[in-house]
Design a protein. Structure first.
Length: 384
């Protein structure tokens, strides 16, 4: 019988939970250590390309994912000033073309699906990891409360400010892109009523709608089987900001930032009451993820700009591949982690760089042709 590994995962976000699910399905013992006092997600949406959906389905989560997510019809690009259609990319044939649909999800819904799919007593809360260590026999994680966890491997899935990454490779220098975004979620009917019952508003019910301006973007898409509308607006600015998704802002600050934009956008923003802003930072791809029996996954390994909407998708792919690689050679976990890194680092780094280039292209006027995402969507980590 194949050896059963003991795997310590740092971080109970989308990546840590997806990895726990993938590893448990293959019969390995998993412990998740999360610094927060309870597991949860911020109120925001995310888009899941077919590459991510294929991995989620293969984790046995198809019925829950299909029930709670939305399958938008198209990706529509509109002019910020007059609402003219600039570009339409249909999603409907995603299944035929790439083997899975293009979906949108409330982050809390996706996180909840993954959380319910892991063994509940494998999650340990209030455990802030400070450092990790690897030796010939095992890997060790040390926590702020004095606890230490030992396993065959330690996986740092502790997000953009990863303590595990810092232990392995030192502190990095994120680059502020001078782009600030505001976000919110609205009941769909409330949003449509405010936007006005016209063709533009109807589009927001069934499409991913991106309003483009040289000064920034506004992005709307349906969530939770169409009950909710995800609302985002971002702009280039000289203002300085901290790297966080949850800096409280004010309604007036948000509205003032988009003065002169199309009334449909302003009416939707006008309905958002709990206002948060976040600044976009960029980082260079790492050249290594693994040291001995410790490796990285998700934003800890490849923090990327959200312009290609692939951060969570590439993270879910990582989780699937990590489990496959560890399962393939459980007698040599360090070699298995190197195989995982070899399969993932190039693809993740390419998406990181392409997300940066798309961000830079977005500023150019007239609009450059959008990058083809076929190479991202057609990838199937479950096929190997
Ligand atoms: C504005 C924005 C929009 C986005 N839109 C999309 C999108 O449309 N599609 C998409 O695919 N992706 C999107 N992303 C990216 C996506 O959200 C991330 O890539 C994804 O959440 C990464 O998951 P993760 O588990 O690696 O990290 P996280 O979700 O950040 O989870 C890390 C976990 O580790 C915990 N933790 C941190 N430090 C420690 C520690 N020292 N000890 C213990 N626990 C710790 C945290 O509390 C957290 O629970 C977006 C990101 C942003 C900012």
């Amino acid at each position: 019988m194949a050896r059963r590994l003991r795997i310590i995962i740092i971080g109970g976000g989308i990546g840590g939970l997806a990895a726990a699910r993938a590893l448990a399905l293959r019969g390995h013992e998993v412990e998740i250590h999360e610094r927060a006092s309870q597991l949860g997600e911020v109120g925001a949406g995310l888009q899941l390309g077919p590459n991510a959906v294929k991995a989620l389905y293969a984790l046995g989560l198809r019925s829950e994912v299909d029930r709670l997510c939305c399958a938008p019809e198209s990706n529509v690009m509109l002019n910020w000033a007059d609402g003219a259609v600039m570009h339409i990319e249909p999603f409907q044939d995603s299944f035929t073309q790439y083997g899975a649909p293009y979906l949108t999800a409330h982050r809390a819904d996706l996180h909840g699906i993954l959380m319910n799919a892991v063994v509940q007593n494998s999650i340990h809360l209030n455990r802030r990891c400070l450092s990790v260590e690897s030796n010939a026999k095992n890997a060790i994680a040390r926590f702020a409360d004095g606890w230490q966890a030992e396993g065959d491997v330690v996986i740092g899935a502790d997000g953009i400010h990863s303590a595990v990454r810092e232990t392995l490779w030192g502190k990095d220098q994120p680059r502020y892109t001078h782009y600030l975004g505001w976000r919110g979620i609205l009941p769909m009917e409330q949003a449509l009523a405010a936007m006005g019952d016209n063709a533009k508003a109807a589009m927001h019910r069934k499409d991913v709608v991106l309003w483009r301006s040289p000064a920034g973007t506004a992005l709307f898409y349906p969530l939770r089987a169409g009950e909710l509308l995800n609302v985002f607006a971002g702009k280039y600015t000289d203002e300085w900001a901290e790297e966080s998704w949850t800096v409280p802002s004010t309604h007036d600050e948000m509205i003032d930032s988009f003065e002169g934009w199309h009334p449909t956008i302003l009416r939707a923003l006008g309905e958002v009451r709990e206002v948060f802003k976040w600044a976009f930072f960029d980082r260079e791809p790492l050249t290594r993820w693994t040291q001995g029996r410790v490796s990285l996954l998700g934003d800890a390994a490849h923090p990327m700009m959200p312009t290609l909407a692939q951060g969570a998708g590439i993270t879910i792919e990582d989780a699937f591949v990590l489990a496959r690689c560890l399962d393939a050679q459980p007698e040599n976990p360090a070699a298995a982690l190197m195989a995982y890194e070899a399969e993932r680092l190039g693809r993740a780094s390419k998406v990181q760089i392409m997300a940066r280039l798309q961000f830079e292209d977005n500023r150019k006027v007239p609009r450059p042709p959008p990058q083809s995402k076929t190479w991202i969507y057609e990838h199937d980590v479950t096929a190997a």
